[in-house]
Design a binder for this molecule. Structure first.
Ligand SMILES: [Zn+2]
Length: 123
């Protein structure tokens, strides 16, 4: 029996889950393993609703006319998805840039603290 035929006998929620898994795999191949919003690695194959699990995010929300086309979809954490909610795409893009800037700032601060500790050791 072909895979496609087998699928048609499955209940709708399982078919939806399989379709969701297919698009998740396609997005993962396109974008890699990192969250679209926070750029941190996501967890694949774990429990579906843990904080680091990958979810599909609609950049233009379905409630505002967004589609399930792959170029409207990105992968992000469960928590990040909730954070993005149904904000307009421009605002999501800003949130994403702010996140990246925040991490760059944190990294710079870490470098500074290590440097300061190094200087203290030498004195
Ligand atoms: Zn994230």
């Amino acid at each position: 029996m072909s895979k496609a035929k087998h699928r048609s006998f499955l209940p709708w929620w399982i078919r939806r889950h399989l379709a969701w898994q297919d698009s998740r795999a396609a997005l993962r191949a396109r974008d890699g393993d990192d969250c679209w919003l926070c750029h941190r690695p996501m967890r694949f194959g774990g429990p579906p609703n843990c904080g680091k699990a990958a979810t599909i995010e609609h950049r233009l929300p379905v409630s505002k006319g967004g589609t399930d086309a792959l170029d409207n979809l990105v992968l992000c954490h469960v928590g990040c998805n909730r954070h993005l909610a149904d904000h307009p795409p421009e605002q999501k893009e800003r949130m994403r840039i702010n996140r990246a800037a925040g991490f760059a700032g944190a990294r710079a601060a870490g470098r500074y603290l290590r440097l300061a500790a190094e200087v203290r050791k030498r004195q």
